[in-house]
Every structure is written in C-alpha cells, then in structure tokens.
Design a protein around this ligand. Structure first.
Ligand SMILES: NC(=O)c1ccc[n+]([C@@H]2O[C@H](COP(=O)([O-])OP(=O)(O)OC[C@H]3O[C@@H](n4cnc5c(N)ncnc54)[C@H](OP(=O)(O)O)[C@@H]3O)[C@@H](O)[C@H]2O)c1
Length: 360
C-alpha cells in the first residue's frame, strides 16, 4: 500500500505566516544542523518543537539564544504543528509521519522510509522543484550521496543525454550519525596513543582505515546505499532507464562526502562546455586549478551549502565520457539544507529555479 492511501489531503503549499515546526530527531547530527540552518536562513518560525526518543527527552537545546527542552515523540506531539522536519530514521518516520499528516502537518522526511513510494515526491529543489507540489502530506529528502550527485548530473543531462554513470564514493563518518562522528574522534585518539581501536557504532574502526559501506548487502552483491543511488537518481531525474553503478566506501573523514563520477553520454561532450554548465549550475561551485593541482576537498565544503566540483576531464578510455570529482557537506546539502529548501519552496514557489533535466 502506498502511504497516500492512508492519508487525508493537506494543503500543497505551506502558509506564508511564521510556522510551528517540529524537528523529529532534534538531538541527532541532521536535527542539530536543522536547528542551525533554520536560524541561519531566517526561516520564519512561530514555535520550535524539538522531538526525540525518551532517551533524550528533557535535554536542553539552544534555540535562538534560549534553552528549549526536547520532548518525547508521542501521539499528541504534532497537534497544531504546520511542518515536521523528520530525521530520526526510517522506522520512526514510518510510525510517526502518517500521524503528523493526519494532524494537519506537512512532513519533509530525511529517512529512506518513503523515498521510493511512487506517491511521495523525492525532491532536490535545484533539480526537480515542481515535483514537490504533488505531495500528499509527505515529501522525501533523497539519500545524501544522491543529492550531491544529481546537482552535478542534472545540468549536464539537460544538454546531452546520459548513457551510463559509474560512481565511487568516499563517505564520511557523519553520514552514520552523531555517534559515528564521536567514535571516529575517540578511536583516532586510541590509535595515536598506541591502543587497539574497538568500534561499537560502525561495524569496523574507521580510524586510519576505510571499509565498504556498512548498509545491508543485497543478493546482487550491491549494498543498500549503492542501490539507493541508482533508484533515487532515476526518480529525481525522471530517467527510469538510467544505467548507473556505484561502489560506496566509508572513509576516515569526519564530515562531508566525496564522489568520483564517470559519466558516459550518447555523444561526445566538450570539457569546456561541461565546465561552463557546472560553473553556472545552482548549488554548485567549481574548485579547479590544474596548474596548482587544487581540486575539491571535504574541508572546502564542511559547513557550507555548495557542492564543490572539479577535475572535469575527458575520459581517455571513452570519447563519449567525462570524469569529475565532487565534495559536499552531506549533513547540510545532503540532508538538513535540502529539507529546508523544500520547505522554502512550498512557501514561495517562485524562489527556486529548476535546472532543466529534473523530473516533474
Ligand atoms: N547523517 C547524515 O549525513 C544523513 C544524511 C541524509 C539522511 N540522513 C538520515 O537522517 C536520519 C537521521 O540521521 P542522523 O545522522 O541525524 O542520525 P543520529 O545522529 O543518530 O540521530 C538520530 C536522531 O533520531 C532520534 N531517534 C532515534 N530513535 C528514535 C525514536 N524511537 N523516537 C524518536 N526519536 C528517535 C535520536 O534521538 P535520541 O537522542 O533520543 O536518541 C536522534 O535525535 C536517518 O534516517 C538518516 O538516514 C542522515
């Protein structure tokens, strides 16, 4: 059953008055960034309701210079709430998003719970903003690596059809949440002190190490994260037949993901033309100096909105293919920022310009 079958019809747009906003997962890595970005972007908030599990209920959070108390999520938590920004994992969203929608709220969900539901829009505002308005109460925020990727793919796909994409990711600890970041800090200290690092949050120690992405493996041999990149990119870009293969790797970077991307087009794509398109693309910044060998690094984008792209070059093995490298702060553009941009779009539809090539 699709989720819309269970829901009433909320308004497609958000009211222009200041909103009552609940953050479900307010104590987590994404939840904390949502708090920062709502303030940074001056989003009109009438009241902020921070929700988490009973574990952190009662904990104080900083909101606009005041202390506000985290509440445990429960059936009455969404009464009078206009907008829920959910970042507490798939099972929590599956349980509470329909409750919030039934209470009259619009839910923008960071988990994977509803992303592939055909009745739920999967939105990157720079790529397929029109899709957001077809919601039935829930809008899904894509997987972080997918958001970063589509910002670079969409402007190129709009110029020449893509035949195939091959990606290798270099994903930071923060992609696995606040506890994984803390584990990387602690285990790095352990290794530097000559100790034996023992991981509890991630399946292996990430300190001075790397391993293939820890999401569950499917029968095909691909892990869930790699298949999310395939299916979500197809849905966002409206290219259901797109051929895409990914290898996802966790690396000992605290924050911000990187991706090596090979894009094969139906015809040759001059490098200069691709570079000009990416330099002008919304949400993308070019960091590229071949003379000094200076290209994007995770530290360039940490705490920043733009996805940095560089080292755009002809694939020497295929005249139809280009190679590029990108880095993006996946807690920010890969999660919290993208969610808030969707909310902004629902308040002011004219505010975001789509890149041609996204799905309606
Ligand atoms: N991290 C990223 O880069 C990223 C990017 C894109 C999407 N996402 C998605 O965003 C979601 C959150 O990720 P995260 O990295 O922020 O995780 P996190 O740091 O582990 O935070 C999880 C949050 O969910 C809350 N929570 C856990 N179980 C709950 C329950 N039963 N009821 C209510 N709240 C509960 C936690 O509250 P307590 O303090 O009470 O435990 C915490 O606030 C996940 O679905 C993740 O896949 C993450």
């Amino acid at each position: 059953m699709t989720v819309s079958a269970t829901l009433t019809s909320p308004p497609r747009q958000l009211p222009s008055r200041p909103l009552r906003i609940a953050i479900l997962g307010a104590t987590g890595a994404v939840g904390q960034e949502l708090l920062v970005l709502l303030q940074e972007r001056g989003f009109p908030v009438a009241e902020l309701v921070p929700l988490a599990s009973p574990r952190s209920a009662g904990q104080d959070l900083d909101w606009c210079g005041e202390r506000i108390q985290v509440r445990p999520v429960g059936p009455a938590a969404f009464d009078g709430v206009d907008l829920v920004l959910a970042s507490a994992g798939g099972s929590v969203s599956r349980q509470w998003a329909p409750v919030a929608v039934a209470a009259g709220a619009v839910v923008i969900d960071n988990s994977s719970a509803f992303r592939m539901d055909p009745t739920v829009p999967l939105v990157v505002p720079e790529v397929n903003p029109q899709a957001a308005f077809a919601h039935g109460g829930i809008i899904a925020n894509p997987n972080c690596t997918t958001i970063l990727l589509t910002l670079a793919l969409a402007p190129l796909a709009a110029r020449r059809p893509i035949r195939r994409v091959v990606i290798s990711t270099y994903q930071s600890a923060s992609g696995a949440g606040a506890r994984a970041m803390e584990e990387l800090r602690q285990l790095s200290r352990t290794v530097l002190d000559g100790g034996e690092p023992v991981s509890e949050v991630l399946p292996h120690s990430l300190a001075f190490n790397l391993f293939l992405h820890n999401s569950p493996l499917e029968a095909s041999g691909y892990c869930e994260e790699e298949l999310k990149m395939l299916h979500e990119t197809r849905k966002i870009m409206g290219l259901p037949q797109l051929r895409l293969t990914a290898t996802c790797v966790r690396v000992p970077v605290l924050r911000a993901h990187s991706e090596a991307v090979n894009i094969e087009f139906e015809e040759p794509f001059p490098v200069q033309e691709a570079r000009a398109l990416l330099a002008a693309a919304p949400g993308v910044e070019l960091i590229e100096n071949f003379e000094t060998n200076r290209f994007p690094m995770p530290t360039d984008v940490t705490g920043r909105d733009a996805v940095a792209v560089g080292r755009i070059r002809q694939d020497l093995s295929d005249p139809h293919a280009l190679e590029l490298w990108l880095c993006g702060d996946q807690i920010r553009k890969g999660a919290a920022l993208n969610a808030i941009q969707i909310a902004e779009l629902l308040r002011e539809p004219a505010a975001t310009t789509p890149v041609p090539g996204g799905a309606a």
